[in-house]
Write a protein that binds this ligand. Structure first.
Ligand code: R1P
Ligand code: GUN
Length: 388
């Protein structure tokens, strides 16, 4: 007898076995069981439609499916056995995984890039990522064509206040640009490959130079709230524990297995920013320093801030570094800026506490200067960089 059920999945199982794929919790599946064969149709967060056929052994309330063939668009996926528990009107199931699509494959990124390119005439050479509260940069683009992240195939969604969740194509001072009005962070629960996937899409769109901005806490005691720090280097704390966006199989179509990071931040762009900043009269608040990334979402303890400062970090945040690593891996030039939105608490006598509201408020105060710095830089960027 055919039975149609909408299963509630046991996501805790996945989270225990594959802690980095907790985003699977938005998978939705429709199973139609025809004893002894079951046909299942599933739609995942990545918007890849997958159709799988499995052989099942069904008892009145328990069905065990054997490894099965599963075809998912835009890529072929590998399925695991799945266990289903069926009650008369409810089915609990540990369903099949599209393992290959979790890695944000070349095919998946290409499909997204092609989807975008077929909907805009703009061929961007510069890609911009807006940090918390710094999304105003995207508004500077002329002749805009904007896509909500929720409409873009395979794209994650912004969940943080101050990250609008739009991909904006347009012209900035005559240069074709694409701008992420909102980025993704590890603490939102996305696997690190998903956090950085937009960099690979930038590359496939034709972007040669990436400009990233972020809001950060100042560790350097000479820094003041409102300073703009040109990032000259980074410390990748999650990377020390093996949480690197390039971990896992390497796809040579993007880049080499062991990319250098001693040249992560382009020195010519750094000089250019210093020059443009001086011309604009930003000398008093333009700095150059080292950014340290942590996983968040909790802000740092006093001991952690002191430790990072001693290690040589001038500012701390929860983003950017993963994107930089992936952008460099696929040969794009990188320039990055931190807006010091708050002073990290380093003293046990202090009553100060870091908070996201202050981060967004400082963003508003300095947004205009940051936008001028970036847009003037874009005017001067030369694009003959095909072997970065
Ligand atoms: O790095 P961006 O995205 O600018 O945001 C920074 O601000 C948020 C904390 O207030 C964290 O997400 C931190 O990383
Ligand atoms: N980790 C971290 N991220 C930030 N983003 C903005 N300010 C801060 C901060 O003080 N710490």
């Amino acid at each position: 007898m055919a039975q149609m059920v909408m299963p509630i999945s046991l996501f805790s199982y996945y989270e225990a076995v594959f802690p980095h794929i907790s985003h699977l919790s938005s998978l939705c599946q429709l199973h139609v069981y025809f004893f002894p064969v079951s046909l299942s149709l599933s739609l995942s967060l990545s918007l890849s439609l997958s159709l799988s056929l499995s052989l099942s052994l069904s008892l009145p309330c328990l069905s065990l499916s054997l490894p099965c063939l599963s075809l998912s668009l835009p890529c072929l996926s590998l399925s695991l056995p799945c266990l289903s528990l069926s009650l008369p009107c409810l089915s609990l199931s540990l369903h099949c995984l599209s393992l290959l699509s979790l890695r944000c494959s070349f095919e998946e990124c290409s499909a997204t890039a092609e989807w975008l390119l077929s909907r805009t005439e703009i061929r961007p050479l510069v890609g911009i990522v807006c940090g918390s509260g710094l999304g105003g940069l995207a508004e500077m683009l002329k002749d805009q064509m904007a896509f909500k992240y929720s409409d873009i195939p395979n794209f994650p969604q912004s969940t943080v206040h101050g990250h609008a969740g739009r991909l904006v194509f347009g012209m900035l001072k005559g240069k074709a640009c694409v701008c992420m009005q909102g980025r993704f962070h590890l603490y939102e629960g996305y696997p690190i490959h998903k956090v950085t996937m937009p960099m690979r899409i930038f590359k496939l769109l034709g972007v040669e130079t990436v400009i990233l901005t972020n809001a950060a806490g100042g560790l350097n005691q000479d820094y003041k709230v409102g300073d703009i720090m040109i990032i000259k280097d980074h410390i990748n704390m999650p990377g020390f524990a093996g949480n690197n966006p390039l971990a896992g199989p390497n796809d040579e179509r993007f880049g080499v297995r062991f990319p250098s990071m001693s040249d992560a931040y382009d020195r010519e762009l750094l000089q250019l920013a210093q020059g443009v900043g001086a011309e604009l009269g930003f000398g008093d608040f333009l700095r150059e320093g080292v950014y340290c990334v942590l996983g968040g979402p909790s802000f740092e303890t006093i001991a952690e801030c002191r430790m990072m400062n001693r290690l040589g970090a001038d500012a701390v945040g929860m983003s950017t570094v993963h994107e930089v690593i992936v952008a460099r891996h696929c040969g794009m030039r990188v320039f990055a800026l931190s807006l010091i939105t708050n002073q990290a608490v380093m003293d046990y006598d202090s009553q100060e506490k870091a908070n996201h509201e202050e981060v967004l408020e400082t963003g508003q105060l300095r947004a205009k200067q940051l936008e001028r710095l970036v847009s003037n830089m874009v005017t001067h960027i030369e694009h003959n960089n095909n072997d970065a």
